[in-house]
Design a protein around this ligand. Structure first.
Ligand code: ADE
Ligand code: ZN
Length: 339
């Protein structure tokens, strides 16, 4: 293992941008399709993998929504989340903030409770077994209406103690943050954290809207903020964390080559950038793979890799004392590397 691989493997990390439905590996998709008698337009795991050839976000989302049809029972949601948590644990992830898309399931008549019960059972097992902490962020699908988002928030009320935040995902272009201003205001009144995908494909204007109208606590992606100098300054000055997802950006053609990825520039500008996997089953790598391949492609230094790991806790929604504990664990790894 190279020195960089070794450092990345040893560093404690948090993952802050992970769609649990995007961690559905082709093998589990096939197994759940069989278990539940669901017809898929693919016959083999290889055929599924071959379909993952995307030119943009919408190409991916079409297959992502198709894939999630196999998720039917509480056990399915447990199995999905447990498979991800085992991978995250193997990558030395100590804390996860997981997105889920309730509307992707309730639209198919799967009860909200089935989804959240299966996910939280897996998260509790990870806490008990490994001391891995977690939060759950419920995303609104932005291609659906404001009214549908309000209905989803209403359904969530019976489980609100298990939900830490709301997010905004799905097709960005043509669905600006302003469409969800009122539902995010309501989420804020409920004491929920607020995040939104912005600047993944959409223009800097969408990042401004997410900040000014949705009052977000963190930006998901944010790559296109780099096109606007004043916006970069604002994000730096306010220490706003960005959950950047390099292999996702590559597979969805936000960058042509990983060598062109702006991660190093983001760090040099002083942005609180973090490194995450987004939808690892679809984009070819869990969190450590994102760190390693990005570090190799854009030439991250050991100090920049450590900054990414530190930022993952600093940008998390953990209490300050917990953040301090994780940062001390990072310091201990660095001290042992130097010893
Ligand atoms: N849903 C799952 N992954 C997503 C992404 N990268 N962007 C928007 N919506 C998503
Ligand atoms: Zn995402």
């Amino acid at each position: 293992m190279s020195a960089l691989h070794d450092l990345i493997a040893r560093l404690p990390k948090a993952e802050l941008h992970l769609h649990i439905e995007g961690s559905l590996e082709p093998e589990l998709m096939m197994a759940l399709a069989q278990r539940n008698g669901i017809e898929l337009p693919f016959k083999t795991v290889e055929e599924i993998g071959a379909a993952y050839d995307f030119s943009n976000l919408q190409d991916f989302l079409d297959i992502y929504y198709l894939g999630m049809n196999v998720l039917q029972t509480e056990q399915d949601f447990f199995d999905l989340a447990w498979a991800y948590l085992e991978r995250a644990h193997a990558d030395n992830v100590r804390h996860v903030e997981i997105f889920f898309d309730p509307q992707g399931h309730t639209e198919r008549e799967i009860p909200f409770a089935t989804v959240i019960d299966g996910l939280t059972r897996a998260l509790e097992q990870a806490e008990t077994r490994w001391g891995m902490s977690s939060q759950l962020i419920m995303c609104f699908l932005r291609h659906l209406s404001e009214e549908a988002a309000f209905e989803t928030l209403e359904q969530a009320m019976a489980h609100i103690e298990r939900i830490d935040g709301v997010g905004l995902d799905s097709s960005e272009m043509g669905h600006p943050p302003s469409k969800f201003e009122r539902v995010f205001a309501r989420a804020g009144e409920l004491g929920l954290k607020r995040v939104a995908h912005a600047g993944e494909e959409g223009p800097p204007q969408y990042v401004y809207e997410a900040l000014d109208l949705l009052h977000i606590d963190r930006v998901d992606h944010g790559n296109r903020a780099l096109e606007d100098e004043a916006l970069v300054k604002r994000l730096v000055d306010s220490k706003m964390a960005l959950t950047v997802c390099p292999l996702s950006n590559l597979r969805l053609c936000g960058v042509e080559r990983l060598e062109d990825h702006p991660m190093k520039r983001m760090l040099e500008l002083g942005l609180v950038a973090t490194c995450n996997s987004d939808d690892p089953a679809y984009f070819g790598g869990y969190v450590n793979e994102n760190y390693v391949r990005t570090a190799e492609a854009v030439g991250l230094t050991a100090a920049e890799i450590i900054t990414l790991a530190r930022n993952s806790f600093i940008g998390s929604f953990l209490p300050q004392a917990e953040i301090a504990r994780h940062l001390a664990d990072i310091d201990a790894v660095i001290a042992s590397e130097l010893a």
